[in-house]
Design a protein around this ligand. Structure first.
Ligand SMILES: NC(=O)c1ccc[n+]([C@@H]2O[C@H](COP(=O)([O-])OP(=O)(O)OC[C@H]3O[C@@H](n4cnc5c(N)ncnc54)[C@H](OP(=O)(O)O)[C@@H]3O)[C@@H](O)[C@H]2O)c1
Length: 286
């Protein structure tokens, strides 16, 4: 795989940043340079040396997508923008790598397999599910489904660290279960699939390790930093009471990792990676 033949879109997001670190010779652009919703821009882009597009661009504000304005934007980016990229990839015989989510499922089942029928329960998940269908029509595509992505950017771990440091005892839901996916692990899996010319199709990717609730993960974060504060465990129902425009979320977000392991990729344990992530965040003063 020639790194220089890779184009990364959405390069300033959590995954985009991790990809730029792992694939420094790849070309990369965020919305400013490479707005995926701008069909004209994509049509006039010089694709001569590009063989692989990794699309890290997305609308990821899950609650924001529940408003009319947010829903329209989510469709524009996650469906129309993706369709633009798929169009280019199809016409020019490029490989398209795209990222999806456990939120394409309603979460009544746990241990989701790659072939589970999609059943999204929020607007963001609906736009991602339509996107998955677009990508899967391509002859040369990798669709990686991740959950609970943590990288360089605003995310759950950072929010909980901030609250803990301020001495706030957070109320966190204890009835949504999953595993974290560190953005650098997601980037590593993408590179692995491409380098090893794995069969095209859908792959689940999260870090490995025990399936836990958000409340339990918060307790681990606090323990890792030595914050001696109780985490108030609450149900999703209680958390949502009186709030508006909060998207419903799946109860079970854990993804089955057998297919990824079968092609030779060993996902690292999220609890170990969490410690490393926190140490780095503290060192960098974040
Ligand atoms: N975050 C999660 O928990 C999670 C979980 C499962 C799956 N995923 C999926 O994983 C992928 C990466 O997520 P992430 O956490 O890295 O997301 P992120 O941090 O929100 O990054 C998305 C990036 O896309 C950019 N973008 C938005 N609209 C664009 C456009 N029209 N053209 C080009 N770039 C555009 C954003 O730029 P601006 O900042 O300027 O808007 C942002 O830099 C996404 O496909 C997401 O759906 C995420």
């Amino acid at each position: 795989m020639d790194e220089k033949s890779i184009l990364i879109t959405g390069a300033n997001g959590q995954l985009g940043r991790a990809l730029r670190t792992l694939l420094p010779k790849a070309r990369a652009g965020d919305r400013e340079i490479l707005d995926i919703t701008d069909k004209n821009l994509l049509d006039n882009f010089d694709w001569t040396d590009v063989k692989i597009i990794i699309n890290a661009a997305a609308y990821t504000n899950v609650d924001g997508a529940e408003t009319d304005e947010g829903a329209a934007l989510a469709r524009r980016i996650n469906v129309d923008g993706l369709a633009n990229l798929a169009d280019v990839a199809g016409k020019r015989d490029l490989i398209l790598v795209h990222i999806s989510t456990d939120y394409v499922f309603d979460g009544t089942k746990s241990d989701h397999l790659e072939n589970e029928v999609m059943s999204p329960i929020n607007v963001y998940g609906q736009t991602k599910a339509v996107g998955d269908e677009i990508v899967l029509k391509l002859a040369k595509s990798y669709l990686l489904r991740a959950s609970w992505v943590i990288g360089d950017g605003g995310n759950f771990v950072r929010t909980m660290l901030d609250l803990g440091r301020k001495g706030v005892s957070p109320s966190v839901v204890d009835d949504q279960f999953g595993r974290l996916t560190f953005a650098d692990e997601l980037a590593r899996a993408i590179k692995f699939l491409l380098e090893n010319k794995a069969e095209y199709g859908v792959y689940n990717i999260t870090n490995s390790g025990p399936v836990k609730s958000w409340a339990e993960i918060t307790e681990e974060i606090f323990a890792d930093v030595g914050i001696d504060l109780p985490v108030r465990r609450i149900s999703t129902e209680r958390y949502l009471a009186g709030k508006q425009n909060i998207a419903p979320r799946p109860k079970n977000s854990d993804l089955n990792l057998d297919k990824l392991r079968a092609v030779g990729f060993g996902p690292k344990n999220w609890q170990e990676e969490l410690k490393t992530y926190i140490m780095k965040a503290i060192k960098e003063g974040k």
